[in-house]
Design a protein. Structure first.
Length: 283
């Protein structure tokens, strides 16, 4: 296998475009770094289209699942010089493997709109063996910090939520920082991306799912019934949830705080409420 030394290599040029949201949306694919995450994506049924290996690190391929490692032929394996590989990576200390992975089939459509959320809800209902009205949905409303988005999605999966919705203006769920924060959870949790607040609120209402909005000044989450299906909205870190969510909310809740603290980190607030739901359902 020859080592690619030119920035004009076609596979490398295509992979570089995945550094931007527009590039990911157009290609229907994203970049993953490291054998662990690549393996988790493969085991979750996602298609690994190409693997890039840093020159001198071919032994790293042994860390991939056997089926994946055996199935990648030279046509889908690219060896890069250390310099080219490090340019493609988005981390300070890159792991020696990068992969181009296709988004889940349910998202192989233009992002946003009622179609995206309906497709994700259908996938979630099938996976959970539930009616759509019984789904537990995490709605991230313009959460700007990628780490918060990834952490909230990871917590949602751990807390037994069935799907996530990313409202337009939220950090791209297929960006490298979100994927690392989610630690592979995004490969298992059906998600709709780039949906408008209006489309989300309309879908939730039409599906008969209670809309629960976390907002400053809301009633304590510890005194509210959170059992069963619901759509939990976690709003923007600075401005709170979109007005349409407040207007259509069945319940507006908050997390009690002592002292002069005005708000919690969005991912922390989401975790508190989701695990209060777990407590109520298991208690």
């Amino acid at each position: 296998m020859k080592t690619v030394v030119s920035r004009d290599n076609a596979a490398l040029k295509a992979a570089r475009k995945l550094a931007s949201k527009s590039g990911r949306d157009k290609a229907g694919a994203f970049l993953l770094e490291g054998a662990k995450l690549i393996g988790e994506a493969y085991r979750a049924g996602l298609t690994v289209e190409r693997v890039f290996v840093k020159a001198g690190s071919t032994d790293a391929l042994k860390g991939l699942p056997a089926g994946l490692a055996d199935g990648i032929g030279e046509d889908h394996l690219t060896l890069l010089t250390e310099g080219l590989f490090d340019e493609l990576s988005s981390t300070v200390t890159p792991q020696p493997l990068l992969a181009v992975v296709r988004k889940p089939a349910r998202l192989d459509m233009p992002a946003g709109g009622a179609g995206a959320i309906a497709a994700a809800a259908g996938a979630a209902a099938n996976a959970a063996g539930k009616d759509v009205s019984a789904l537990s949905i995490l709605v991230l409303d313009r959460i700007a910090d990628p780490g918060n988005v990834g952490t909230a999605i990871r917590t949602a999966l751990a807390a037994g939520f069935d799907m996530a919705v990313s409202i337009r203006g939220t950090a791209d769920i297929w960006s490298d920082k979100v994927i690392r924060g989610a630690a592979g959870s995004l490969f298992l949790l059906p998600a709709a991306e780039g949906v408008s607040a209006e489309d989300c609120a309309g879908f939730v209402s039409g599906a008969g799912i209670p809309l629960v909005v976390c907002s400053a000044g809301g009633e304590s989450c510890y005194g509210m019934n959170l059992r069963g299906g619901l759509a939990l909205v976690i709003g923007n870190e600075s401005n709170g949830p979109a007005p349409v969510f407040i207007e259509k909310a069945d319940r507006v809740i908050g997390v009690p705080m002592a002292g002069t603290v005005e708000s919690l980190n969005a991912a922390v607030a989401a975790a508190v409420v989701m695990y209060e739901k777990v407590r109520q359902e298991q208690g």
